[in-house]
Design a protein around this ligand. Structure first.
Ligand code: NAD
Ligand code: DAU
Length: 337
């Protein structure tokens, strides 16, 4: 039985990953460490009911806390989801992004080397490639050109991870995925924000001209891609993961409103995000050909599932939007009103 150390497993993608592995890989033990930031939700995973699962509240940027986990457990694989993940917050406060995403990853790499772990998977993002014009796709060979403090911190972590592969021969893998959506996503990101604001009768803030493009992937497909890389990927390689679903922000918001039977008049154009990347689009032919990964859900079906989940889980997001989130929302959207 292998033991996976999963970091950031109380956040959006980490939660989905752990639930999938717990249901589909009975021979794997999971240790989830998460510092439980604003983006985490301890209710996501029921420790009592999840077999072969243990949770510890640990900050990956705190090397002493982290080293105890490695000392006390025989860890085989590390899957590093833990991160500050929101571009807008990185514009407001970049420092915590360096602390967690860069220093935290370095701590994990050093301990993984010391304890001779078998595989280290760094969960990265397509944002490290920068911004595309109308044409072209990001491939694994596209030069890194991050343009926000968030993406710069993620690119730094990727480079550190790869340096451990080249310098120490550490068994490192990297995945770079496009925009995820689905169940358990924190309400500040575009899709849950749109659904929740529409359901609560609030304006939907649309940045700039609304024509920025993102390439959406349903979170379950991302999780399957991550597992494929973890189980079959080649050390020292990067694998792009995408959903074959490019869409302008204005179009995806309009589609969600239509599905919810809500008026387009809820859309409110607001000041653009600073340094707003224009377009992301992923070429994932490498993982497709080499590891037989293919996203299963198209955007239409994925959005239906996501909308249903938010409709059926009002308690989950109701608790979030009535807490600290209100202060964040005021700072982000209601300044100067
Ligand atoms: P999220 O913000 O929902 O969750 C991040 C989790 O990490 C939270 O549970 C948080 O408490 C935890 N965390 C933060 N700082 C920590 C620290 N110092 N120590 C331990 N835990 C800490 O993020 P997400 O959307 O689930 O993203 C997970 C990973 O996937 C990130 O590395 C992100 O860069 C990457 N990614 C996200 C997307 C996306 O669209 N959401 C796409 C591609 C890649
Ligand atoms: O591409 C992968 C990345 O996708 C991940 O690395 C990040 O962790 C994840 O947060 C996501 O980044 P984005 O910045 O693309 O996601 P976000 O949901 O914040 O914004 C999506 C698009 O919608 C973007 O063009 C900005 C726009 N937007 C966003 C918000 C929150 C708005 O127009 N209005 C908003 O209120």
């Amino acid at each position: 039985m292998k033991t996976y150390l999963v970091t950031g497993g109380l956040g959006f993608i980490g939660t989905n990953f752990i639930k999938y592995v717990a249901s589909n890989r009975k021979d794997i033990k999971i240790i989830n460490i998460d510092s439980v930031t604003y983006a985490a939700n301890p209710d996501n995973i029921d420790e009592e009911k999840t077999i072969n699962y243990k949770f510890y509240k640990i900050d990956i940027a705190n090397n002493d806390e982290l080293s105890e986990i490695f000392k006390k457990n025989k860890i085989d694989y590390v899957v590093n989801f833990a991160a500050e993940s929101h571009v807008d917050r990185s514009i407001l406060n970049p420092s915590i992004f360096i602390k967690t995403n860069v220093e935290g990853t370095l701590n994990l790499l050093k301990l993984s080397l010391e304890y001779k772990i078998e595989k280290f998977l760094q969960i990265s993002t397509d944002e490290v490639y920068g911004s595309l014009g109308k044409e072209g796709l990001f491939t694994e060979k596209t030069p890194l050109s991050p343009r926000s403090p968030y993406s710069a911190s993620k690119a730094s972590a990727d480079m550190l991870a790869m340096s451990f592969f080249h310098t120490y021969g550490m068994p490192v893998l990297i995945t770079r995925c496009s925009n995820n959506y689905g169940q358990y996503q924190f309400p500040e990101k575009l899709i849950p924000l749109t659904i929740i604001n529409a359901l609560t009768g609030k304006d939907i803030p649309l940045y700039g001209d609304g024509k920025n493009i993102r390439d959406w992937v349903y979170v379950d497909d991302h999780v399957k891609g991550v597992l494929a890389v973890l189980e079959k990927g080649e050390f020292g390689e990067v694998y792009n993961i995408g959903g074959r679903s490019e869409m302008q922000n204005i179009d995806i918001i309009s589609l969600i409103l239509k599905k919810l039977n809500k008026p387009l008049s809820l859309i409110k154009y607001v000041k653009d995000r600073a340094g707003h990347d224009r377009r992301y689009a992923i070429d994932f032919s490498k993982i497709n050909k080499e590891l037989e990964f293919n996203p299963q859900l198209n955007l239409d079906k994925g959005l239906d599932l996501t909308i249903n989940w938010y409709l059926e889980n009002r308690k989950w997001w109701g608790k979030i939007i009535s807490g600290d989130y209100r202060n964040y929302y005021k700072i982000m959207y209601e300044r100067g009103k």
